[in-house]
Design a protein around this ligand. Structure first.
Ligand code: SAM
Length: 279
């Protein structure tokens, strides 16, 4: 029995269901239920919440979310080997755990939120973490179907998400996320907390949607940030040449042509995207 529920310890679950971690699925499991409970709590008050979890694996975080009082957890898992272990958790919490076997990149998650909003809590497979995050923050509908994202990333990626202008990690990811969300690193998790241990430190990031982000088209913001950060050390009058009349665009956006992408705050990128979209 574990400290948070009457289910068997995760080590035993993994052994019994033969869940040897697969690198191709980005599997680094968390076995410490105190740590998974801490991640669950970092997402805010769980009691009564609907939670979408990507990649439950053997279910360490899933169990923490349910033990903390989630009304419902919908967990999307690609590895069919994990389904039997997850079914045991579902049986322990009748009606509260829905398991979807599939690729999270292909699942339309909005309908899973029910009357919503739901929140997303996940120890993400690193190989698809950034595409998933970009999918959530560039959603067609805003406010989105989720009211918070609490996600594990490699520390280096976490820094790129929350970076501010002038930081070494400031780039497209920081602009796309900072435009619509407020983000912060909640805490770091050392490699030793995972089985098998990854090479680098991880961080739990918490993102909350801004109620009224500046109006802008996703496509336009993607286009201008791609051009600007594609040649991040160059002055914008040079790096943005592919976008057309650079001088006019920069003037309209109120940006000096000699500035570099890494110094430009999110609101100026939005102004630039809007200038480009209306050209
Ligand atoms: N949540 C578990 C934990 O904390 O111990 C497992 C986390 S592990 C880092 C990532 C999980 O995502 C694995 O269970 C893996 O099988 C699953 N996964 C990998 N690719 C996936 C995909 N495309 N869609 C859904 N799940 C995926």
């Amino acid at each position: 029995m574990s400290a948070i529920d009457d289910l068997p310890p995760l080590r035993e679950v993994i052994k019994r269901h033969e869940l040897a971690a697969k690198k191709s699925l980005g599997q680094n499991f968390l076995l410490d239920l105190n740590l998974t409970s801490r991640i669950a709590r970092a997402s805010g008050r769980i009691k009564g919440a609907t939670v979408i979890e990507v990649g439950p694996g053997p279910g360490g975080l899933t169990r923490a979310l349910l033990a903390e009082g989630a009304a419902k957890v919908v967990a999307i898992e690609k590895d069919s080997r994990a389904l039997a272990a997850l079914a045991e958790i579902a049986a322990r919490y009748p009606g509260k755990l829905e398991i979807i076997e599939g690729d999270a990149l292909e699942v339309d998650m909005a309908p899973l939120a029910g009357e919503g909003p739901a929140r997303v809590v996940a120890n993400l497979p690193y190989n698809i973490a950034t595409p998933l995050l970009l999918g959530w923050v560039t959603s067609d509908r805003w406010p989105p179907w989720w009211d918070g994202l609490t996600l594990m990333f490699q520390r280096e990626v976490a820094e790129r998400i929350v970076a501010q202008p002038g930081d070494a990690s400031y780039g497209r990811l920081a602009v796309m996320c900072g435009w619509r969300c407020e983000g912060r690193i909640a805490f770091d998790v050392s490699p030793q907390a995972f089985v098998p241990p990854p090479k680098v430190t991880s961080s739990v990031v918490r993102l909350t949607p801004r109620a009224n982000p500046l109006a802008c088209s996703v496509k336009a913001l993607e286009t201008v940030t791609q051009a600007a950060f594609g040649q991040r050390r160059k002055m914008l009058r040079q790096s943005l040449k592919t976008l057309g009349d650079v001088a006019a665009l920069l003037e309209q956006a109120g940006i000096e042509p000699t500035r570099r992408a890494e110094e430009i705050p999110v609101d100026r990128f939005v102004a630039l995207a809007n200038a480009w979209a209306s050209r």
